[in-house]
Design a protein around this ligand. Structure first.
Ligand code: AR6
Length: 174
């Protein structure tokens, strides 16, 4: 497979890629974390499309693990792909849902014709997924997803997450 996976540190809303993935919630109506940053910087066109999706296809919300695209508004990207990560649970293994966020987002990206996609570390903030395992699942799900998108960035927001990701990357690809 020719897919390139690159680790980057910083704010995902500044990335010039075809599609930026948003760690949304099922309401699609915005929130904090990366979701808040994407809606703020991308402007109201993103929220307007999200509300239209709620009214048409997702009256009960976007299910966890699924992904749907909207405009990227004023972001330097063509699309935002909204996906809903699982909330971390001690009692239940929700790993398949976390991995589905990556594979479904890549499928939607490929359907759109996106060549480059940037992901945040889904579920690793407000949803409390342990950072290291969040990176393991992200890299492995991206690596093994069907072909279609050639260039994938995993954007780590801070240096501590980046250091964990560098270690995991070396283990997964080294
Ligand atoms: N660029 C890149 N990464 C970021 C940015 C940014 N601008 N901002 C935060 N992160 P979170 P979740 C990192 O909480 O855990 C929202 O309220 C952050 O450090 O954004 O999936 C939604 O509406 C962390 O590593 O998403 C949902 O209700 C990662 O992005 C809920 O939070 C994900 O943290 C989703 O929670």
């Amino acid at each position: 497979m020719s897919r390139r996976i690159e680790l980057v540190t910083g704010d995902i809303t500044t990335h010039e890629v075809d599609a930026v993935v948003n760690a949304a919630n099922s309401s699609l109506l915005g929130g904090g974390g990366v979701d808040g940053a994407i809606h703020r910087r991308g402007g109201p066109a993103i929220g307007a499309e999200c509300r239209a999706l709620r009214a048409s296809r997702y009256g009960r919300g976007l299910p966890t693990g699924e992904a749907v695209a909207t405009t990227a508004g004023r972001l330097p990207a063509r699309w935002v792909i909204h996906t809903v990560g699982p909330v971390w649970s001690e009692r239940e293994d929700r790993t398949p849902l976390l991995r589905a966020c990556y594979t479904n987002s890549l499928r939607v990206a490929a359907e759109l014709g996106a060549v480059s996609v940037a992901f945040p570390l889904i579920s690793a903030g407000v949803y409390r997924w342990p950072k290291r395992d969040a990176v393991v699942q992200a890299l492995d799900a991206i690596r093994t997803a069907p072909a279609g998108v050639d260039e994938v960035r995993l954007v780590l927001f801070d240096d501590a997450s980046r250091a964990i990701a560098d270690e995991v990357y070396a283990e997964v690809f080294g």
